[in-house]
Design a binder for this molecule. Structure first.
Ligand code: AMP
Length: 216
């Protein structure tokens, strides 16, 4: 499958993507995970992205498109991909359209994960992430805690609260989402690719996507 997962921070894009990858070998491509990995490794990309990310601002489109141009051409994308956190702006969506057409690829759909704002705030303040760049497993202190407090079940690394998940950074990220990213819903509706889903429950989102893919 070739799917874009749209939704505010905390809507569950990463969680849904991880479940979907297990269904048909599609890969999850999270620009947030790639950027956090680059920041931790101290690469040139990481150094450029760090301040934007800490402030809850978007990283410039050019940097993101450089990442995506090479990532989408890696061999593991042949079985399909789930774009998680990309595109985030109309210029990124336009650039993606050109890139996919150059690569001879077509999207199946853009799924918009819809979750009430209260629930988003609740999820983000209680979310914890594995600090190992190669793992980045997601937990929630209330609904899906680690078995041992503060330690990742999957790789044994420390599980931490992300620096951009303080209350101030979260509210700025949500404003950025409303201003820059939510217009993508209208964009993909016009493209005939939009599938809005109530994303309060992950399993239901996955089922709705599977049903839609079967109908195509
Ligand atoms: P995420 O893990 O998707 O919430 O992303 C964390 C942060 O990485 C965002 O707040 C942005 O600073 C940056 N980021 C991730 N994806 C993008 C993107 N497609 N465009 C611009 N900035 C991004």
């Amino acid at each position: 499958m070739k799917i874009i997962l749209l939704g505010a921070p905390g809507a569950g894009k990463g969680t849904v993507a991880k479940v979907l990858t297990e269904l048909d070998g599609s890969v999850q491509i999270s620009t947030g995970d790639i950027l956090r990995g680059a920041v931790q490794a101290g690469t040139a990309l990481g150094q450029k992205a760090d301040a934007f990310m800490k402030a809850g601002d978007l990283v410039p489109d050019e940097l993101i498109m450089d990442i995506m141009k090479s990532r989408l051409q890696e061999p593991d994308c042949k079985n399909g991909f789930l774009l998680d956190g990309f595109p985030r702006t109309i210029p990124q969506a336009e650039a993606l359209k050109t890139l996919l057409s150059d690569l001879g690829l077509a999207l199946d759909m853009a799924v918009s994960l819809e979750v009430p704002r209260e629930e988003i705030l609740n999820r983000l303040t209680t979310r914890r992430t594995c600090e190992n760049p190669a793992c980045q497993a997601i937990y929630n202190v209330r609904s899906s805690p680690t078995k041992i407090k503060g330690i990742c079940d999957k790789c044994g690394s420390k599980v931490v609260q992300r620096e951009d998940e303080t209350e101030a950074a979260i509210s700025h990220r949500l404003e950025t989402y409303n201003e820059k990213t939510s217009p993508l819903i209208g964009y993909y509706e016009k493209e005939g690719l939009l599938m809005p889903v109530d994303a309060t429950v992950t399993d239901e989102v996955v089922k709705a996507i599977q049903d839609r893919l079967k109908d195509r």
